[in-house]
Design a protein around this ligand. Sequence first.
Ligand SMILES: [Zn+2]
Ligand SMILES: [Zn+2]
Length: 342
Amino acid sequence: MKAVRVVGYHENLRMDDVEKPELKGPLDVIVKIGAAGVCRTDLHILEGQWEEKAQVKLPYCIGHENAGWVDQVGEGVKHLKKGDKVILHPLMTCGLCRACRFGDDVHCEDSSFPGINVDGGYAEYLRTSARSVIKLDDSLEPADVAALADAGLTAYHVVAKAAPKLRPGNFCVIIGAGGLGHIGIQYEAVSGATTIVVDRNPEALALAKKIGADHTVLAKDDDSFVKEVLDITKGKAAEAVIDFVAEGGSTKTGVKMLRRNGDYYIVGYGEDLQIPTIDIISTEINFIGNLVGSYNDLAELMELAAQGKVNLHTQQYKLDDFQKAIDDLTNGKVRGRAILVP
Ligand SMILES: [Zn+2]
Ligand SMILES: [Zn+2]
């Protein structure tokens, strides 16, 4: 089968002809990929940012936002059959550890992450486990929802954390209206807080406005836009900042938009957080990390998707055109989320 693989860090991906994955355990599921989202994490993998954490042996196939159809199931899997339309929770979890028993899939003590540390979905088939599979409503197609497996899930997870602390009259700054940001804006719009979306791209801001942002502010290289944001908050700054970028200096400017005792949610990544510790203690601001979400978060998202309540903007590419998708994402040419379709 075709598989797009990482052959070396700081090198381009390569399309290889590889063996189709086989069932290894009784709870394994082989999925025929219908669509795979292209994530900024895929760029970060190629930059070598995950090399030490993932400890994955090269070459391997990336792609962690996957949906498709069940192709084969292990002998222990009774609730799925060939042809079922499914989306995959990005982690394969053990189900036995205490984190799993709390439903906290992300912190499973014995998990793997297809596309990060085992073979992922930039391919025709993928192996996962039954615990990661969510059946799709008849009205949904894999290509419509694949990007919700991570981009949507992570955005849902972070907003679910931020929303209970936000009240009408509060402000939430969202940095980045791209793949995750444009989904986060839609959830945040229902929290009651006033949302201020900051992005470098006027087209991304136009999309943000259309899907529920109360205010949009164009980010520029100088920090003048920070004042624009502060003016919207009547000089008080925001109770929450959700940073979907965290690259190119966004955390340094983002912190300037955060109020005393505010929460800074880091979702995007790439740069080092550099902030004097005296600023943290004297204002009691909090920095909060976010990694995907739970199986149940994704199941809830699929309910919302089936009810037409999440609006995912996608740009489709054929799997063969993976390099164009990567290049477009690198060059800021993707509105919403890029997805690969075999
Ligand atoms: Zn991702
Ligand atoms: Zn576990």
